[in-house]
Design a protein around this ligand. Structure first.
Ligand SMILES: [Zn+2]
Ligand SMILES: [Zn+2]
Length: 380
């Protein structure tokens, strides 16, 4: 009787709370969806980098590609109805990034220019500075962690922490956020620059990573990749480029982590559209993990062929007994490994990196190796 009364009192209390509109914690977390749209265009500029971001009438241009692509970049922006560039960001002053920015400074109204604080010994650097000055502007050198609102989202400066003699290591990297979606652009940032980003304590996690330095092996360290854990990687490089970009090391890491890949050398210009909660793409990822330097990521050495034993005489029985023992041991101890839906590696866990655990399946390690899979360097 006492219990029943207690129960009724409990129900009444719940009813009153519900009527008062008190929502139980955890029953519906508020999501900060921006509701705005943001479009990220990875322009096919050949061997170089140029990314246009548009949101709520604002435009951000991150690098402008090489000289050879300068007129393409200007006409592409015009086709997207760009007349004013709110933020023009030069990752660093190498020709394949800064050249096209000069063309854009000449063709459009520009409000803010962001770049690294070093002097590059080239006439292009001088032309870029002249073009910035012609707008009555100066290049801004924001500190790591600086935040800017842009369109329906914002972007944060991730690097450079300090200026180095290496042009690439001075790259201005940014993280762009729109609601729940995020993109990281790192220019040609190298391992050192990436380590600074990881150590900065800034949140590097993202949905989409513009792979550093066109997929060179001097960028995309394990530490950085594990801090970013992107679902998609976009590589901007020229078909058959003389540097062999993207390099096998980088492609192997992306493959190991089950990161889906877009490549400008195979797919041309690629466009990602974010509505604040989901990203839609202009094309499916090519997921081609082949490197540009002739090596193939995940290529196996080929199976080691068995040599036929000389099973003559009395040794035959002993030999066969021995092989039976080995087979029995294999049966009982055969390690099971995880295979992801994409990629060329086998894993010790079903959710290594970015692999989809729902699509992963298990099989014996010997079978995986016979099929050409190799051990993932991250989880083995
Ligand atoms: Zn560079
Ligand atoms: Zn470059």
């Amino acid at each position: 009787m006492k219990h029943l009364r207690k129960q009724i009192a409990g129900y009444l209390l719940t009813l009153i709370l519900l009527m008062a509109g008190i929502v139980f914690p955890g029953s519906g977390e508020k999501v900060l969806a921006s509701g705005g749209s943001m479009t990220v265009h990875f322009l096919d500029v050949g061997q170089g980098l140029s990314i246009l971001v548009q949101s709520e009438g604002q435009n951000l241009l991150y690098d402008g590609g090489p000289r050879s692509a300068s007129s393409y970049v200007v006409s592409y922006l015009q086709e997207q109805n760009v007349s004013e560039i709110d933020y023009l960001i030069s990752s660093h002053y190498d020709e394949d990034h800064v050249s096209g920015l000069i063309g854009c400074l000449n063709a459009f109204q520009v409000d803010n220019v962001i770049g690294a604080d070093y002097i590059h010994d080239s006439s292009l650097y001088g032309s870029f500075m002249d073009a910035v000055a012609a707008h009555g502007l100066e290049v801004q050198h924001p500190a790591v962690g600086a935040e800017y609102t842009f369109g329906s989202g914002e972007f944060t400066i991730l690097s450079p922490k300090e200026i180095s003699k290496e042009s690439n290591a001075n790259s201005v990297a940014i993280k762009l956020t729109n609601g729940e979606n995020s993109f990281v652009f790192t220019g040609d940032a190298d391992f050192n620059c990436e380590a600074d980003m990881v150590n900065s304590g800034l949140d590097l996690s993202c949905d989409v990573l513009s792979v550093g330095h066109h997929g060179s092996a001097t960028s995309t360290s394990w530490d950085f990749l594990q801090a970013a854990v992107p679902e998609f990687a976009v590589i901007s490089c020229g078909a058959g480029n003389m540097y062999g970009h993207p390099h096998a090391d980088t492609m192997e890491k992306l493959s190991d982590m089950g990161i889906q890949v877009y490549r400008s050398d195979e797919q041309g210009t690629i466009v990602a559209s974010s509505d604040g909660s989901a990203i839609t793409w202009s094309a499916d990822p090519c997921n081609d993990y082949t490197s540009g330097d002739g090596e193939t990521a995940g290529q196996s050495e080929g199976e080691k062929g068995f040599t036929a034993e000389d099973n003559s005489g009395t040794d035959a029985a002993a030999a066969s007994e021995k092989s039976e023992q080995i087979a029995a041991a294999d049966d009982s101890q055969e390690e099971m490994v995880w295979i992801s839906a994409t990629g060329s590696k086998y894993h010790s866990i079903p959710d290594c990196g970015n692999m989809n655990p729902d699509k992963a399946y298990q099989e014996p390690v010997s079978q995986a190796e016979a099929q050409g899979y190799e051990a993932c360097k991250k989880c083995f």
